[in-house]
Design a protein around this ligand. Structure first.
Ligand SMILES: Cc1ncc(COP(=O)(O)O)c(C=O)c1O
Length: 394
């Protein structure tokens, strides 16, 4: 008998992790799978950051840290927010967490009461919806399309707001669409929110540095949004530090204090060595990691060129992150190699089994017509993966 709580029984398994597990299974059977499903840079953590971690071990940083992070790290985060984002935060407004994922889970837990609605422009990062549900919030999906570069318009936001709306969560650059909201686009959303003073914003900026058009803008930069916005960031993507598990928020101090309290009962402070290393990472100029961004930019062009040669893939031009999110609905209803493809999940599974290429169904991101392909892989792997896809689709 299933003795588990409704909470866990109702929680979806992360689709990206599930796809990675399936790809691992097939690899174990000897199949040569190319993995384009994970949101993880294929670079090593830069040496200057690794050296800072080794130094921290030798200096005996081994005890519990303050729950909300070392003061020196919080100071480095404050400097980073000022330098890169023109945002002024003070120490009590910063909380360091075990990845941006925990930062988001903290915010949901401290902000949502049962039934509170959270607007999620689709496609959204795979975990938003389940993090919200875990805190008994109700995700409200707003469908966007390739025609608006997968961005939510002011009209759509206005139409989605109800008396129960508590928050809006989005990422820019966006995982999975790569879209970047411009200052004007954010202003249009902020103008709608001026009529609804009780709605708060989570602006997830974890892909901030992986931006090919330049011009990152934070919602909290608008004076009238600063007190209503939680700015989420972290080092996983830009610094190739996914496993180090450090993320952070800059927020109104009452929200930050609540996150601190929540974290104090669940995980305590994030890993001490990783925190010391991140001080060095954030103190470095963004130019130190530009070589990775440049490489992602080249790969983006490569994959866009290759995909444009395959019939039935309709793709926007991502301006950031390291994903493409093609609409593949032209294949729905077709039978290829004896397999009928009815939706994006069938399509993604078909690519895994027949082309031996792992992607993720768009359904996991709230868009049933698309699949997400990560180009955090070598150019040779990308070329071979798309060649295989093209071949199986005939
Ligand atoms: C948009 C977005 N937010 C947050 C995260 C979580 O990052 P972290 O590794 O810091 O927990 C990810 C990771 O995939 C992401 O894509």
């Amino acid at each position: 008998m299933n003795q588990l709580s409704d909470r866990i029984n109702n929680l979806a398994t992360s689709a990206t992790l599930a796809m990675a597990a399936k790809a691992r299974e097939l690899r174990a059977e000897g199949k040569d799978i190319i993995g384009l499903s994970l949101g993880e840079p294929d670079f090593n953590t830069p040496d200057f950051i690794k050296e800072a971690a080794i130094e921290a071990i030798n200096q005996n940083y081994n005890g519990y840290t303050p729950v909300d992070g070392y003061v020196e790290l919080k100071e480095a985060i404050i400097t980073k927010f000022k330098r890169d984002n023109n945002l002024n935060y003070t120490l009590p407004q910063i909380v360091v967490s075990t990845g941006a994922k925990q930062a988001l889970a903290n915010v949901a837990a401290v902000m949502l009461n049962p039934g509170d609605e959270v607007i999620l422009p689709c496609p959204y990062w795979v975990s938003y919806s389940d993090i919200v549900k875990l805190s008994e919030g109700v995700p409200v999906e707003v469908q966007t399309s390739i025609d608006t570069d997968f961005k939510m318009t002011a009209e759509q936001l206005e139409a989605a707001i109800t008396p129960k709306t508590k928050m809006i969560w989005y990422s820019s650059p966006c995982n999975p669409s790569g879209s970047v909201y411009s200052k004007d686009e954010l202003r249009a959303l902020a103008d709608v929110l001026q009529k609804h003073p009780n709605i708060y914003v989570v602006s997830d900026e974890i892909y901030e540095h992986i931006n090919f058009r330049g011009g990152h803008f934070s919602m909290a930069e608008f004076d009238d949004m600063y007190d209503r916005t939680v700015t989420v960031n972290g080092v996983s993507k830009a610094f190739a530090m996914t496993g180090w598990r450090i993320g952070y928020i800059g927020a109104p101090d009452w929200i930050a204090r609540a996150c601190n309290k929540m974290q104090g009962q669940i995980t305590s402070g994030a890993n001490c060595i990783a925190q010391r290393a991140v001080i060095t990472a954030l103190e470095a100029e963004p130019s130190k990691i530009k070589y990775m961004v440049d490489e992602f930019k080249e790969r983006r062009q490569l994959i866009l060129n290759l995909l444009s040669e395959i019939e039935g893939f309709k793709t926007n031009e991502p301006e950031g992150a390291f994903y493409v999110f093609p609409n593949v609905s032209a294949y729905f209803g077709k039978t290829i190699k004896g397999k009928t493809i009815n939706n994006a999940s069938d399509f993604s599974l078909f690519l895994l089994e027949e082309a031996l290429v792992a992607t993720v169904t768009g359904e996991a991101f709230g868009n049933p017509d698309c699949i997400r392909i990560s180009y955090a892989a070598s150019q040779d792997e990308i070329k071979e993966a798309i060649r295989r896809i093209k071949t199986v689709l005939g």
